[in-house]
Structures are given as structure tokens and as C-alpha cells.
Design a protein around this ligand. Sequence first.
Ligand SMILES: [Cu+2]
Length: 273
Amino acid sequence: MAKYFIILSLLLAFCTATSHRLRRHAWHTLTPAQNSSYISAELCLMHTPSKLSLPGTTSRYEELQAVHQLEMMQWFGGDGRPQDGCITNGPFVNFTNHLGPAYAYTSHCVTRRFNETCSAQTAQVFVDECVAKGDWLGAWTCIEGKPHTGGHGGVGGLMLDAVVSPRDPLFYLHHTWLDKIWADWQVRDLPKRLSEMGGDNVQDEGNLPLPFPPRPDSIPKSTGADGDPGNVTTLEHVLNMYGNGPNRTIGEVMDIWDGVLRYEYVEPETGGY
Ligand SMILES: [Cu+2]
């Protein structure tokens, strides 16, 4: 929550000239008059023309959004261009993919089609809802639902290709964030949640949030379900790395802190995800 108040204070500072030191207060402690004055400050920003010549901006309000967008673009590039979705800036602008779409093999750029409606599903409120679930099946389906699909749909383009979405470098940022949500759910009930597993190991292709085309005969069948006694995922389930590293069972990687992975998350100073 703290980060929102920093942004709120910045918004107010743009339209309120002050000579004394500003003090930051939580929204719910303000008077109705102060709440309305804050809203007026936002409207002021929205109605004040831009002056920084940042791409796409028409108001001071959008210039603040542009700071965030440009920070991301600096590292990963921005949205795709209208005609074909290819990104036009950032370090991956000249990167050519060779896998996909789906199970095909073609040469193509990194494509994106940002969608703020989808991105909204990654909001903190939905993450909190998932982390509060009392069992693995509840947490997994919750994370899969909004935070997971919200990230894929929010970026769009390659990220919406259910078979080869990792073609966009943003995929890895998104999925390591999902890993953290899982770990945050685990720490709420340790050590019990280091061994909680379940759910189908072969997804129902007719009931997926993203479309999976049928697997052609030329593609080897997945061996991901090795080790499971049936269509229920267990700790003995083998994660096939196809030579990228040693195959592991799910049981071996459940404990990120003391298992074979051995890592921990460092919380940002402002908290949150
Ligand atoms: Cu994903």
C-alpha cells in the first residue's frame, strides 16, 4: 500500500504549490474535503497539457504513467506496432524468434499487444486473495486464474501463445513473480506446505484459459507426467528439462530455501510484490 501513497503524494505535489515540508497521510484518515481535494488534483493533472514530449502523452497525468512505461521499455521494450505487433524499441527489437506460432517453426519478431483490462487482473487485491487460500488446489487455481492469465493477456502478442509464450523475455519476469506468490503462500503454513501438491497433471484442453492447439505427431509426447500414478500430480512427478539441466521431481524443488534450488526472496523496501 505504501507505494500507492508515494504516487498519491507525487500527484498532489504537481498541482499544489507548497513552501513547507509535505506530510503523507493514509487515504482513510483524510477528511471528505481532503479526499475531494486529492481527486481535484488528479483531475487537474488530467486536464493539464503535457510538456515533456514523452511518447504518446497528452497530459501531465499521462506523463507520470509514461515514467513507469519508459522504465519498463528501457529494459524490455514497449508495445507492438499496430500493423504487425512487432516491438519497435528496447534491447529485443532486433531479436528473431524461430519457434512458433504454436508448434510451427517460423522466423518472427517479438510481438506484443498491451491490454490494460487484462493487466488489471494482476492487481494486488487478487494476489492477496490467492495467498490467503487455505489449501494448494485453492491457491493454484486462484493464481492460474487472475495473476497468471492477467500477465499473459496484459502483454499480449507472443505472451498469448499458450505453446511458446516464453518467446517474449517478459515471460520469465512474469513467471518468477508467480513463483514468488507460490512461496508467499507456502510461508503462511510451514512446513506443511512444502509437501502440498495435487491437481490434474494433464490439463483438460477444452477448458483452459488460453487456447492450446492439438499437438502434432511430429512433436514428441510430453513426459512431464512421469512418476505420477495417474492423472493426479504428486511429489514424484518428474520435471523433464530435455537436457537443459538435470530432471527433477516436484518434491525436490518444493522447498526453495533448503532444497536443490536454495534461494530466498528479498522484499522491496516498499513491500508488496
Ligand atoms: Cu504462463
